[in-house]
Design a protein around this ligand. Sequence first.
Ligand code: ACO
Length: 385
Amino acid sequence: MVEAEKPHISSGLEGVYIAESSICKVDGQNGRLYYRGYSIDVLSSNSNFAEVCYLLLNGKLPSSAEFSDFNRQLVEARDLPEGVVNIIKEMSKKSHPMDILRTAVSSLSAYDAETADQSPEANLRKSIRIISKMSSIVATIGRINAGGSYVAPDKSLSHEENFLYMLNAKKPDKRQVDIMRDMFIIHAEHSSNASTFGTMVAGSTLADIYSAITSGISVLKGPLHGGADEAALRMMKAIGSPDNTEAYIDSALAGKQKIMGFGHRVYKAYDPRAKIIKAYLESLQLDASAEVKTYTAIALRSEKMMVEKLSQSHGIWPNVDFFAGPVYVAAGIPPELFTPIFAASRSPGWCAHMLEYWKNNKLFRPLEVYTGQLDLQYVPIEKRQ
Ligand code: ACO
């Protein structure tokens, strides 16, 4: 193909618009993020996860009556079928919690009488069940991995409180609940990122919503996307002491390694979610454990160095995943649960995108430029060299 005829390939779909959406605005140049028109700063300071879920799914903040009804549906869906708990037990300690979550969420389709009902009403009801049960699944994975057994949900607790209760088998303290509320809200939605796009590609075939969300979980797992939160904390652990930070980062960059938790396809300014999480981490320092203080010092020194080295030349700033690890550690969460918690938090965003996209569905089917040969002669196997 002559160069002039070659179609433009947008590697990684960079700069390609796939749909119109009124769910989320990511303003990458100015480092701003809005869910349904509300800035993430406003929502994280004033709202709670259940209300943010309502907002994302329904496009507006609820009245008191609407919130009570919605929250009742979320609360009632919390319990897990025994078969799902058994899957978690079977895979526990053999697989990464993201793999267990992906399998457990996929299996939920077997316990939902409406799995094949593609009406908007049924899809909204299934979305509520998925959001509710994903947090229960993640908590149960953590509980069983820690050697405990399934803790039935407590209907008197908020979504964030119940998550911690099912994880630790005891009522959480206020600090843990505040951390989880912030983290759930901050991770709830982020426009057509890789996992949301993965969800939409599966959903665009008119596969059911369980299939679509299972795809989203698969895509989120990788360290270039949601898996970066666990990878960033593991890096801080490998650095070990704050005084090792600069030498570690220098050598990683010299070896062309990426530093997990930095850089973003859309943000070319400070990720507003990272700003909130960083401020929160700093506010926790007074009575933080020695472990959290060490991670915080390493994180702050890494950030300073990365910003000095790469913000001007490459537009690289910390992203949502960088400061998340030390904050989760402060809430007593083990690193292998960071990305599953991200997935549970992102479930309302994935569901909202499916509900919206299905209103005007179009199968995703991009093209590729073929660079292989054509019309080759078939040689029988016994005659091949
Ligand atoms: N550390 C060091 N260098 C980096 C980093 C990083 N974290 N991120 C990007 N760069 C450099 C690349 O090496 C490349 O440099 P070059 O042009 O000199 O070769 C340049 O910046 C562009 O990088 P790409 O990977 O091509 O940019 P892209 O927009 O495709 O990548 C991505 C975005 C994947 C997030 C990338 O920044 C990255 O790998 N970051 C680390 C993983 C991470 O934190 N992912 C979470 C993102 S947030 C989320 O998904 C929830």
